[in-house]
Design a protein around this ligand. Structure first.
Ligand SMILES: [Zn+2]
Length: 421
């Protein structure tokens, strides 16, 4: 199918392009962008009038728990891709804490064979995510993994982490780390502070994350290896990353929309949909993360999309950590960052930057690039109704909230994968 998007406001952070005009999507690629592509109208199977709408590179979500294989009652490859499309996400990086954990080349191959071209996967850093011995990085890379992570937990020991950091860059693999001191976090169910005290619920101190971040950064810095810090939630971690970046070290970092829009106050109603790891923090942390996005300390916004069934989430204390996020990511970010970052800057954090960090196509509307495009109304609004979301699970922390912006259509490699116009 060939699509002509007419009269859109075209925003492409990769080229600093901000214009009103037309985009032709043909043969799965961005064929042409121009002020008026009237002369190519005859080629299009469908012409979309995009007046008042914004067209941008499809989002690249570099932190997604697909739950496939093994936990497909929560989500599977296809339901996750539906949620992604509804949120304007056109490329995603799957985390390997599946059942069993994705630590064998055959598992990587099997997932990628079933998936669309824009599904990428991490493989485990350690066998079974047990933190005892490293996986076979070269074989996992050959099978198609583009990054490594034991996300869900930190890499078992600093020694193994250092070994992994020594090996991975030579193979072109990005190491993505979940920063947490498990001993400090032990037993904690939410951020340790005024709200956890009021509820009488054991807390996770900021130090649990900050000590983890410090270890990962120190290990990477000791050998000058690149490292990517996942889901930053505290002021302390942002400041550590700022310090290492100032020293010129190749560190990148992400945060998630829920840390930018919500705080631990949201847990006052004892609803487990607001429990994730790291937990929602304080207003001071939220402000620090916005500042860190502004000054480039945090490079990317990912979702940490972590589906769980309603049954699992029913009990506030017993529920597993995690919240879904792909379908709400753009609009939650637009809501949280209104007046803080420009639309171009927000799109850069959600498409161009993660594509660059991972070294994958996407995050650009340059001619010849994959036709991965999100079409949205930045002035639109919608109220999040969990029952109307497109994935399998319902555990959104934005339920009932009215978010700014509305995704109207998503194109992935030139196919229209979502249309809500
Ligand atoms: Zn994590």
């Amino acid at each position: 199918m060939t699509f002509l998007l007419k009269r859109a406001r075209i925003l492409d952070p990769s080229q600093k392009l901000d214009m009103v005009g037309d985009i032709l999507l043909k043969d799965g690629k961005i064929a042409e962008i121009g002020e008026d592509l009237f002369h190519r109208m005859a080629e299009a199977h469908e012409v979309l009038d995009c007046a008042g709408l914004t067209a941008a590179p499809g989002l690249v979500d570099m932190h997604v728990h697909l739950r496939d294989p093994g936990l497909t009652y929560k989500e599977d490859l296809f339901s996750a891709c539906r949620a992604a499309a509804a949120g304007g996400v056109t490329s995603l990086l799957a985390m390997p804490n599946t059942r069993p954990p994705m630590d064998e080349p055959d598992m990587v191959r099997e997932l990628l064979e079933r998936a669309d071209a824009n599904v990428y996967t991490c493989a485990c850093v350690t066998k079974g995510m047990k933190g005892e011995s490293l996986t076979d990085f070269a074989a996992l890379k050959a099978a198609g993994a583009i990054a490594l992570s034991d996300d869900g937990v930190p890499v078992g020991s600093a020694r193994l982490l250092l070994e992994a950091l020594e090996k991975a860059p030579g193979l072109g693999l990005t190491i993505c780390v979940h920063c947490e001191d498990l001993d400090l976090a032990k037993g904690g169910l939410m951020h340790k502070g005024a709200v956890s005290e009021k509820l009488g619920v054991p807390g996770i101190p900021r130090a649990a994350e900050d000590c983890g971040t410090a270890r990962e950064l120190a290990a990477a810095a000791s050998i000058g290896a690149p490292i990517h810090i996942c889901h930053v939630s505290t002021r302390g971690s942002a400041e550590l990353i700022r310090d290492y970046k100032r020293r010129g070290l190749p560190v990148t970092a992400e945060t998630c929309p829920h840390y930018l829009l919500l705080t631990h106050e949201a847990l006052g109603g004892r609803d487990a949909d607001f429990r994730m790891n790291p937990p929602l923090r304080t207003e001071d942390d939220r402000r620090a993360l916005i500042e860190a996005l502004k000054d480039g300390v945090v490079d990317a916004v990912s979702t940490d999309h972590a589906p769980h069934s309603p049954k699992e989430k029913a009990d506030f204390l017993a529920a597993p950590n995690g919240s879904i996020g792909m379908e709400t990511s753009l609009c939650a970010a637009l809501t949280a960052l209104e007046g803080e970052l420009t639309l171009m800057e927000i799109l850069e954090k959600m498409s161009t930057a993660p594509a660059r960090i991972l070294g994958i196509p996407g995050g650009t509307l340059a001619a010849g690039a994959p036709a991965d495009v999100v079409l949205f109304d930045p002035q639109g609004h919608w109220t999040v109704d969990p029952e109307k979301l497109h994935g399998k699970s319902r555990n959104t922390p934005f339920k009932g909230m009215t978010l700014r912006g509305r995704v109207l259509a998503t194109f992935c490699r030139g196919r229209k994968v979502f249309d809500d116009r």
